[in-house]
Design a protein around this ligand. Structure first.
Ligand code: ZN
Length: 500
């Protein structure tokens, strides 16, 4: 074994330990911590983050990576060792380009911007938020200047969330989506099943049992998962054998179950990364887009499918006899699949959701290229909400101020949500070739074949390859929105409505 490589590996393992400890502190903050702990927790997280960053960008890491070039060339590029060196070098080069004082300013502006955004949103006053947004955009420009210019400015930002993705490629995929979805949504109109059948009070305790049962039904290695309540659901954890997922229970609906299935998909990806990659920068999902492909798959392709509900509905009825006793399985299925244009992205159905994302993706490019006056952002937002979804925006709180991302300077993040939708169906079509009876299995409550296929073909690679290479390995090609559009048309188009 190469001694320099062992030194690098040990160093990266320690950095991974610090980062995982930070993740667990964040998980604790959002699930268990008494509110008064917030001040101390912010300091603890800042200290851990700084230690991990300094250890990583130190000249010693650079020296080890440089010395390892000949060793790397002697290895199979697909090996864990070569991948660890290659990926770490790229991460190192990226992290080293941003000066410490700019990094500190970005962090400070993000924290301040978030506070200002909370107040502006509560007052539904975009003007209040504008100075913080201007500051964040200015810093984003300084950040972009740290890197070699891409084809376009936005490429640098997108790369932080979807390594190597090109804005032009995403734009092309989204253009096709937008062109097809606007008429599809019009065609669906208001015909789809009524979700009023779901109105009622659903006791939290029964919802908690249901979420727990579904996670166990989908499956995981014993003793390695937790499910806890939180305000905004997320998945986190301390490594592939310590998965923490969260959900939020509303008394008036069953959204918690869909959030649980969504977070299960994220958790499963982390859970099935090859354990040999634990305690290394390779030991997690490769990108936000591919991660979202997994959460969307379990939430929508499994969790909103007829075969799944044929299996689960009797149990759900048993848990909520008063609420659902009179509701037939088909009516329930249609209610949880209802398509209806609405104001808020995070509550949007699987068809209209993408237009919320495309709107933000377009505005973000215009913002970083200075093609839109920030003061006119609310009008631009509202105009597009009407153009794409025929939704009128009554105020900024439910319009341009609804999401937290821009308040913390996160530009380039939004497109990964729809990239996830697109890739989820590409992967689904591919896996159905190997597992033609998959959905019949769902009717019997069998999910192991899906889980295992995903582990074998996608999850185990972790961050060894780029997102594009990873997708290529799974589906044998690049990003393609056609399968996703086909799926949406078949499930929600007028032909599907007539048939049901
Ligand atoms: Zn997600």
């Amino acid at each position: 074994m190469n001694a320099t490589f062992e030194q690098l590996r040990t160093r990266l393992a320690e950095i991974s330990d610090l980062r995982k400890a930070g993740q667990l502190l964040s998980w604790d903050q959002q699930t268990m911590m008494p509110p008064a702990g917030a001040g101390g927790r912010a300091e603890q997280l800042a200290t851990l983050g700084r230690m991990a960053h300094e250890l990583f960008v130190s000249p010693e890491t650079g020296r080890l990576l440089e010395e390892l070039r000949p060793y790397e060339e002697s290895l199979d590029p697909d090996s864990d060792e070569a991948s660890l060196i290659r990926v770490s070098r790229r991460d190192f080069e990226k992290a080293s380009r941003v000066p410490g004082d700019l990094r500190a300013e970005l962090t400070r502006a993000a924290a301040q911007g978030y506070q200002v955004w909370l107040e502006a949103k509560a007052a539904s006053d975009f003007g209040k938020f504008l100075p913080a947004l201007e500051r964040n955009v200015e810093l984003v420009h300084r950040y972009v200047e740290c890197f070699e210019p891409g084809e376009e400015t936005y490429d640098v930002l997108l790369d932080d969330y979807e390594r190597g993705a090109k804005t032009s490629e995403v734009r092309a995929a989204f253009a096709g989506l937008k062109e097809a979805l606007i008429p599809l949504i019009e065609e669906i109109g208001d015909e789809e099943g009524d979700d009023d059948v779901l109105e009622g009070v659903y006791p939290i305790e029964a919802q908690r049992r249901l979420s727990q049962e579904v996670v166990e039904l989908f499956g995981y290695r014993e003793g390695s998962w937790r499910l806890d309540p939180t305000v905004h659901p997320f998945a986190s954890g301390g490594g592939s054998s310590d998965i923490r997922i969260t959900t939020h229970y509303f008394e008036t609906n069953l959204e918690s179950l869909f959030a649980t299935m969504h977070e299960y998909g994220h958790g499963l990806y982390e859970h099935q990364v090859d354990p040999a990659l634990d305690r290394s920068p390779l030991g997690s999902g490769v990108s936000l887009g591919l991660h979202e492909s997994q959460s969307r798959m379990w939430e929508n392709l499994v969790g909103r499918s007829r075969p799944f509900w044929r299996f689960l509905y009797p149990r759900v009825r048993e848990l909520f006899p008063e609420q659902l006793g009179d509701v037939e399985a088909e009516a329930f299925y249609r209610a949880v699949n209802r398509v209806r244009p609405s104001l808020i992205r995070i509550h949007a159905d699987e068809v209209t959701y993408n237009l919320h994302v495309i709107l933000r993706f377009e505005l973000e490019q215009e913002i970083v290229e200075g093609r839109v006056d920030l003061r006119e952002l609310p009008e631009e937002w509202n105009r597009r909400m009407w153009e794409y979804l025929r939704v009128e925006v009554p105020n900024d709180a439910v319009g341009v101020l609804q999401d937290t991302h821009w308040s913390s300077g996160l530009i380039g993040y939004f497109p990964t949500y729809s990239l996830g939708n697109i890739m989820s169906v590409q992967i689904w079509e591919r896996l159905k070739e190997d597992l033609p009876d998959l959905e019949e299995g769902f009717e019997r409550g069998e999910f192991a074949p899906l889980r295992e296929w995903l582990g074998e073909h996608l999850h185990r690679h972790g961050r060894k390859f780029t997102p594009t290479e990873t997708l290529e390995r799974v589906v044998g090609g690049g990003l393609d929105a056609a399968p996703y559009l086909r799926y949406l048309r078949e499930k929600h188009g007028s032909a599907a409505a007539a048939q049901a």
